[in-house]
Design a binder for this molecule. Structure first.
Ligand code: AMP
Ligand code: MG
Length: 414
């Protein structure tokens, strides 16, 4: 058995071997959730041309500088500019052109008077522009005009590599005219469960048996963080079965193998033996609760992480170690989960290990407040189901009073 590692030491050691995966190009319609592998530069200005932000009349602002409801200014309408067309008119002194939202501002004009500020309020589709219009409000130079390049200048870097693409990012890429986008490969993560007591869902439970739940939790976590899961199933304690399972992971070219259970002393002997034949396997004791034992190594060049078997320990171990590994392989910059400061509504007892406690965090009197959810045993999955946060109690802390402030991970977010 190795020395006791702090969570941050263990994480640092483990993350060293993970690198961002290669890059590929995908259509933007398939890119949400993927991670940019190259920075994005704008090839043209956004907006690409001066355009109106209102339905109204394009004017020379000096023409209407004296307009008010008691002193309307009459202008001659020389054009009608719908969105999507370039104007053939120039607006000279005393003239105006009807203009729609998003339409190109005609030469000569420098502002737009909204249709509500005129005597022409026929706005139904298909109604022709009037010959003349009376303006009842002044506008400043540039008012209701979105100037070319206001948002983005050609050549500007508008997105950095390492960003996970969100819906608004995808729309922005489209606005920039990009049909394809360079992203990192999705990590492929294989998962298997060990334990003679485990039965797959869909089969009958015999005496002394339980359903394998970790496989499903862990597959869901893998997918939540944007990786592909390869389910290797339940592996029985038998050298050939273990080797066949690991070789299946190898032949599927996965980037990481994760197992649950059997990482405590004595157990896991078959897995250990087979992994060591194909690489190496270390057993770590990490100063955390839940989830102290952790196996870490590599099989035929593929990183291997062995999580504990208790359902909450497996979940927490994944959040602490596997999530950042997946994010790092995905190319994400900044893999640490954001911390939320919360106030305790319950007293906390700890054993001095870095603890991850299940809690429900709600907004109360303008603050985020945390209440523990039920039984905190590492096998009690129900209290994790009731939780929306893990409270991070630092190592060395034995107790915290009601009202104390702690950091929390909001586990329903990324
Ligand atoms: P172990 O790590 O093998 O000592 O297992 C610790 C606890 O986790 C035992 O109560 C196991 O029955 C339970 N356990 C192990 N694997 C799973 C699994 N895949 N699904 C649900 N519980 C499990
Ligand atoms: Mg076991």
């Amino acid at each position: 058995m190795s020395a006791l590692l702090s969570v941050s030491e263990a994480k640092q050691k483990l993350l060293l071997i993970f690198k961002p995966l290669d890059s590929e190009t995908v259509p933007i319609s398939r890119a949400v959730g993927r991670v940019l592998s190259k920075p994005i530069q704008a090839l043209f200005d956004i907006p690409p041309f001066d355009n109106s932000s209102m339905d109204g009349f394009a004017v020379r602002s000096t023409d209407v500088s004296a307009a008010d409801p008691d002193r309307e200014v009459g202008l001659v309408v020389v054009g009608d500019i719908p969105a999507g067309q370039t104007s053939r008119v120039t607006v000279d002194a005393g003239q105006t052109a009807r203009i729609m939202t998003g339409a190109v501002l005609p030469p000569g004009a420098d502002a737009v008077v909204p249709v509500e500020e005129t005597d022409f309020n026929a706005r139904a589709p298909g109604i022709a522009a009037p010959k003349k219009v009376r303006i009842s409000r002044s506008v400043k130079l540039g008012e209701n005009v979105r100037p070319k390049g206001q948002d983005v200048r050609a050549g500007e870097t508008v997105m950095q590599a390492g960003n996970r693409l969100r819906p608004q990012d995808i729309g922005f890429l489209a606005m920039l005219g990009m049909a394809q986008v360079p992203v990192h490969w999705l990590p492929k993560v294989a998962i298997f469960a060990t334990g003679d007591e485990l039965i797959p869902v869909g089969s009958d439970l015999g005496p002394g048996k339980i359903y394998d739940s970790n496989t499903y939790t862990l597959i869901s976590q893998i997918e939540k963080y944007g990786a592909h899961a390869v389910n290797l199933g339940i592996v029985v304690d038998n050298i050939d079965a273990v080797r066949a399972c690991l070789d299946r992971a190898k032949s599927q070219n996965v980037d990481l193998i994760v197992s649950s259970a059997g990482v405590s002393v004595g157990a896991f002997d078959f897995v250990r033996h087979v992994v060591e034949q194909g690489g190496r396997l270390d057993f770590w004791r990490v100063n955390m609760r839940p989830g102290k034992p952790l196996a870490f190594g590599e099989y035929k060049g593929i990183p291997f992480i062995g999580l504990p078997g208790n359902p909450v320990s497996a979940f927490v171990g994944f959040e602490v170690f596997v999530r950042p590994a997946i994010l790092k392989m995905s190319g994400v910059v900044g893999v640490e989960r954001p911390l939320q400061k919360v106030k305790l509504l319950d007293e906390i007892e700890s054993d001095g290990r870095e603890s991850y406690l299940r809690a429900v965090v709600t907004r109360q009197d303008g603050l985020w407040a945390a209440r523990l959810t039920g039984h905190q045993g590492s096998g009690n999955l129900r209290s994790l189901v009731q939780a929306n946060a893990l409270l991070l109690v630092p190592s060395g802390v034995k107790s915290l009073p009601i009202g104390a402030e702690v950091d929390a991970w909001m586990i329903d977010d990324y």
